[in-house]
Design a protein around this ligand. Structure first.
Ligand code: NAD
Ligand code: MG
Length: 391
């Protein structure tokens, strides 16, 4: 029996992960499940899977979780410290599907005990890529990508020599505002930004997809995961979200990965790698689809991709700062403090401010250094926001 933990079990990726685990009955012992405010769902998941422990991120919800688990034999715990302790429980396969920088520490703990880390939390690689990869190598742990594009690249590289790779192309649907004018985008509401045309995801990543900040994070994720040069990474707008990525080789061949917009493919692949097992995803009917469209992204309406390039060029702790500033900007948009099109300028102004003496160039040596930059970047973004002179 493989011992399995799922962090962020109550989210979109988490629910799909439990669905895939349930399709292979008798193969897994569920160790830890974590969630946030949805205590009822977390307790239901823990009961259904017979987990050892359920952890809510909210320290003040412990009594509620305990009550919901009464008589089940599942232990209850709460708060960020409990999350880390749960990640230290021995496990063979750990799903990292917490959204945001909060997912960093549990993922690191899982690597330290040599687990295979199925990494949906792309923020970990953006904020601390070199550190995470070194930690995995040090402990003989494996990281497997659970992002459709990166799972696609990983699959296109099977049996190939990375030295023969000329370019890596990740696709972007373009999100709900793909064909909107700048004026219309700047007046976009939360409901409009959350309504992704192809993928059913958590609210935060859906809004990041509308701004292309998600693709910006994924460009950095590509660099950190596969070690390719930033100049080799391309983004291609592909409205149908059928081709997830393409790898171009030195002989001119392009290997593409096609599949339906269903994360259970990437989750199942990471769960069973290096084997392939049947997955409950729709089979593509290409004749019915008839066409696949591609276009270059528009840098004027979607400046996030340029920021990703600047972050990669800056190196050091710029990735951690970028992610934290982006999360703060997203919070400000969700709180109604700024408009949709103000997010990118706020992130850019925060990075400029951090470049003046906050140690942005320091190497991401330890998790503490990364988390300290995450904190400072949130403070600076708040200052920039309050100053009001950045737009
Ligand atoms: P979601 O919002 O649906 O779920 C997030 C999960 O994290 C929930 O279980 C929530 O309770 C938990 N959580 C939120 N804040 C937390 C905190 N501060 N501390 C601890 N736990 C917290 O998000 P999602 O769409 O499932 O995405 C999860 C991760 O996977 C993100 O990093 C996202 O970028 C990545 N991802 C998602 C998809 C997708 O299709 N949904 C695709 C690729 C990558
Ligand atoms: Mg993706």
């Amino acid at each position: 029996m493989r011992r399995v933990s799922v962090f962020g079990a109550t989210g979109s990726i988490g629910v799909n992960t439990l669905d895939m685990l349930a399709r292979q009955p008798g193969e897994f012992d569920i160790v830890a499940l974590s969630g946030g405010a949805n205590i009822a769902l977390l307790a239901e998941q823990a009961r259904a899977t017979g987990a050892e422990i359920a952890v809510t991120a909210h320290a003040d919800r412990l009594a509620e979780l305990r009550a919901a688990l009464a008589g089940s034999g599942v232990a209850a715990a709460a708060g960020p410290g409990a999350l880390i302790e749960a990640a230290e429980r021995p496990a063979d396969w750990v799903m990292s599907a917490i959204v945001g920088a909060a997912g960093l520490a549990p993922g690191f703990r899982a690597l330290r005990q040599g687990a295979t880390l199925a990494l949906a939390n792309k923020e970990s690689l953006v904020a601390a890529g070199p550190l995470l990869m070194a930690e995995a190598a040090r402990h003989g742990a494996t990281i497997l990508p659970v992002d459709s594009e990166h799972s696609a690249v990983f699959q296109a590289l099977i049996g190939e020599d990375i030295a023969a790779v000329e370019r890596v192309i990740i696709t972007a649907s373009g999100g709900p505002f793909r064909d909107w004018t700048s004026e219309r985008i700047s007046a976009a509401t939360i409901a409009q930004a959350v309504a992704h045309p192809n993928w059913d995801m958590g609210a935060r990543i859906s809004i990041d997809s509308a701004s292309l900040f998600n693709k910006a994070l994924e460009v950095i994720e590509t660099r950190e995961y596969f070690g390719v040069d930033p100049a080799q990474i391309e983004v291609l707008v592909h409205p149908q979200s059928i081709v997830h990525a393409l790898v171009g080789f030195n002989d001119g061949a392009l290997m593409a990965h096609l599949g339906p917009a269903d994360m259970r493919h990437a989750i199942g692949f990471a769960l069973n790698w290096p084997a392939r097992r049947p997955a409950p995803v729709e089979r593509l009917d290409l004749a019915r689809l008839a066409r696949l469209d591609f276009a270059a992204p528009d840098p004027a309406r979607f400046p996030a991709l340029r920021l990703a390039r600047e972050v990669m060029a800056a190196g050091g702790l710029a990735g951690a700062a970028f992610n934290a500033a982006k999360e703060t900007a997203l919070d400000a948009f969700l709180d109604g403090r700024i408009g949709f099109s103000a997010m990118a300028p706020l992130v850019e102004a925060t990075l400029a401010r951090l470049a003046r003496g906050d140690g942005l160039q320091n190497p991401p040596d330890t998790l503490d250094v990364v988390l300290a930059m995450d904190h400072v970047a949130r403070v600076r973004a708040g200052e920039v926001l309050a100053g009001g002179t950045w737009q």
